[in-house]
Design a protein around this ligand. Structure first.
Ligand code: S3P
Ligand code: PEP
Length: 455
């Protein structure tokens, strides 16, 4: 587990001419759901392209603890599911490590069962708010024991029969939407989720693919109403997981800011609920060609060809936040190399990720010489296109707070800064992107991980 491993300092240094063709690992959101729904559905699910990051593997372990059979044969993951409504009581607490998605979706999935399930995680996950999931579960009749402020550890015990609810999601969160829908799978009747702001729609699409009786209606204002008929049959599927756009973001921004770069990233998920970063970087003047757009397993995918570009500052509207919520740290890095000012709005959800990403980014930028201002829910970054003076000549390391995206984003920053950029811990990168260092090195990026304990 990453939280038992000694932190490892990592440093990135100025690089030139990144080049080559890569494939990033499978999408994390789809991978979690593939294991969950495959573990729940009757019959066999076969998955290729699964992200083998620690977050996703913890979801697999939780499904095994509740009765699913999961094995890897060659490149394929083969799941024998237990059948909707038939999960077994886990004998020990379910440990989700660093993963908000794994823990929150599983709370919905199993919390409504008439037995006890306990959820634990690492120091980062234990600080994150779980009330957003526990409130709708309480309304469905679930008894909840939680730590102060509705944090982990959490123990749930569902009623004999869960009550289906109508729930308006109070914040833009695919995890909350998904948890309520998954709870609805085991409640008789129709569970309705109203989503005022659209977030990633993998749960809806994939549940329908597994055979759930689910409908989505969108009104003129874009408010979505998702209705799920509970206690239906789900059956095993064949899933090929496309490349993760959130992992793609790091090599994409690196190629834009490192002079002389020309890279291609193959098989990237282009679901429109996930492409806000690409749109924003294109608006900033980023040369990103979207090639061979195609449909694979019900999802849009494409290859991206990226050349280094002179970027300019833009204002990123609040409405775009859900489609790029995990990409703001690396967008802030791109903004540090853009001409002029970039203003990012609608960032309140960044405060409750693996770290308070808004303050972690602002502190890391300031440590490395970038002029930036942290607002309550906004970030303003004044760029320096040639990277002159950026980085930390004294070797000061960015505090990553157990947050993989902070670690990877600042390592990307070091590739175009005059001075090196160091991060205090790179072990968490394995939660979402174990191949990060190898892929970046293959493109010619100058990064190193030290085998010593960070300060
Ligand atoms: O549903 C998902 O797979 C995810 C939803 C988002 O979280 P929120 O629902 O908290 O916005 C995102 O940040 C996370 O990485 C993955
Ligand atoms: C927020 C993230 O994940 P999670 O909520 O699953 O921990 C992320 O991967 O950036």
């Amino acid at each position: 587990m990453p939280h038992d491993i000694q932190p490892r300092l990592a440093t990135a240094r100025r690089s030139t001419n990144l080049s080559g063709t890569i494939r990033v690992p499978g999408d994390k959101s789809i991978s979690h759901r593939a294991l969950m729904f495959g573990g729940l559905a009757a019959g066999e699910t076969r998955i290729t392209g699964l992200l083998e990051g620690e977050d996703v593997l913890n979801t697999g372990k939780a499904m095994q603890a509740m009765g699913a059979k999961i094995e890897k044969i060659g490149a394929e993951w083969i799941i024998r599911g237990i059948g909707n409504g038939a999960l077994l009581a886990p004998e020990a607490p379910l440990d989700f490590g660093n993963a908000g998605t794994g823990s929150r979706l599983t709370m919905g999935l199993v919390g409504v069962y008439d037995f006890e399930s306990t959820f634990i995680g690492d120091a980062s996950l234990s600080k994150r708010p779980m009330g957003r999931i526990l409130d709708p579960l309480r309304r469905m009749g679930v008894q909840v024991k939680s730590s102060e402020g509705d944090r982990l550890p959490v123990t749930l015990h569902g009623p004999e029969t869960a009550s289906p609810i109508t729930y308006r999601v109070p914040m833009a969160s695919a995890q909350v939407k998904s948890a309520v829908l998954l709870a609805g799978l085991n409640a008789p009747g129709i569970t309705t989720v109203i989503e005022p702001v659209m977030t990633r729609d993998h749960t809806e699409k994939m549940l329908a693919g597994f055979g759930a009786d689910l409908s989505v209606e969108t009104d003129r204002d874009g408010v979505r109403t998702i209705r799920l008929q509970g206690q239906g049959r789900l059956s095993g599927q064949i899933i090929d997981v496309p490349g993760d756009p959130s992992s793609t973001a790091f090599s994409l921004v690196a190629a834009l800011i490192v002079p002389g770069s020309d890279i291609t990233i193959r098989n990237v998920l282009m679901n429109p609920t996930r492409t806000g970063l690409i749109l924003t970087l294109q608006e900033m003047g980023g040369d990103i060609e979207v090639l061979d757009r195609r449909l694979a397993g019900g999802e849009d995918v494409a290859d991206l060809r990226v050349h280094s570009s002179a970027l300019k500052g833009v204002t990123v509207p609040a409405e775009r936040a859900p489609s790029m919520i995990d990409e703001y740290p690396v967008l802030a890095v791109a903004a540090a190399f853009a001409e002029g000012t970039t203003i990012m709005l609608g960032l309140e959800e960044l405060r409750v990720k693996e770290s308070d990403r808004l303050s972690a980014v602002a502190e890391g930028l300031a440590l490395n010489g970038v002029d930036c201002t942290e607002g309550e829910a906004s970030l303003t970054v004044c760029g320096r296109p040639d990277g002159k003076g950026l980085g930390n000549a004294a070797g000061g390391a960015v505090k990553t707070h157990l947050d993989h995206r902070i670690a990877m984003s600042f390592l990307v920053m070091g590739l175009a800064s005059e001075h090196p950029v160091a991060v205090d811990d790179s072990t968490m990168i394995a939660t979402s992107f174990p191949e990060f260092f190898d892929l970046m090195a293959g493109l010619g990026a100058n990064m190193e991980v030290e085998g010593r304990i960070a300060q």
